[in-house]
Design a protein around this ligand. Sequence first.
Ligand code: SF4
Length: 378
Amino acid sequence: MAGIYVHIPFCASRCSYCDFYSTMRLQESGAQYVDAIIAEAVMRRGELRNETVRTLYLGGGTPSQLPLPFLRHLIDGLNDALGLNELDEFTIEANPDDVVPEWCAMLPTSGVNRVSMGIQSFEDQILAFIGRRHNARQAVDAMGHLREVGIDNISIDLIYGLPGQTLASWSDTVRRAIELNPSHISAYCLSYEQGTRLWRQRESGEVKEIPEETCLDMFRTLVDTLTEAGFEHYEISNFALPGYYSRHNSSYWNDTPYLGLGAAAHSYDGRMRRSNPCDIQEYIAKIQSGKVAYEQEELTWEERYDERVMLGLRTSDGVDVDRLRTDFGDKAWRHFTSEAQRHIRAGNLRLSDDGRYILTRDGIMLSDSVMRDLMWDD
Ligand code: SF4
């Protein structure tokens, strides 16, 4: 399966916690940037090795900031370069305040069949404090606008561990998210990334970090509430109604090759990791000179083994131990199975009938340390 990721790095403002590559230079660079992505798609289509493109994901940044003529031009250009006629899933990320009727009206004709919305919280005070541009009302309205044009595959992103959040207010956020009937929910624990405004606010004492134990309680509440509501917990941070797993993101977790286009985008072909520069001017200049923009590194055996174990354990499919043995040999199989025994006895892992090692609910709460034990440390 070929999956294409396209990075749209434009944001109207900067959220205080975010360390993703983004820029506010849409006016000056938007048109050139879209042309560069299309040129990069033409240059690199050979990397797909004639595979049919099944998933397309426009992520950011804020793809919903892209003016509609630019978005149409981008989709047409990608279609000409890569062929998008057999897409199973076409996701676009959006901020709720961009999801207005005029924007939604172009979705059905563009081929988009899934929208991932960064709602983050339903507490207006918290949203304003972390620099989000929308409020809870806009998030609710956005869901309605999407449904009016027939988009019912809607994923929403939430964040827990935010300053000012309590266990009770987080519970309320999860409940309100379920009431909106999304097909998919991704929920991430806030992390304080060096260099962000939020990180500086914590360093200066303006913001107090929520204790780790409270964050764990928030995660337990999330898992219990969503599973009771019929969501399947199919990846540590991701929940979906049956039939609505993200196909594109599942390919990352299944260790399947993908092609990433645009500034800061990554690609993986099963052996090489390719990374485009985190600077749109540098990216555009390289592509305009007719060269690929990426730097590449070949993953070592140990790195590929670690990726397989870590990504597999993140999912409810777990690690297929026969496939691990076929791909990495007896040495890897012995290391994995002997370390895994300890965690099976401790109740952190279970072995399925078809030979998959899967984190239990207790194991999910300790996932970092279980993964560390199973990774290669020689
Ligand atoms: S909108 Fe998203 S990418 Fe842009 S600054 Fe906020 S969190 Fe970061």
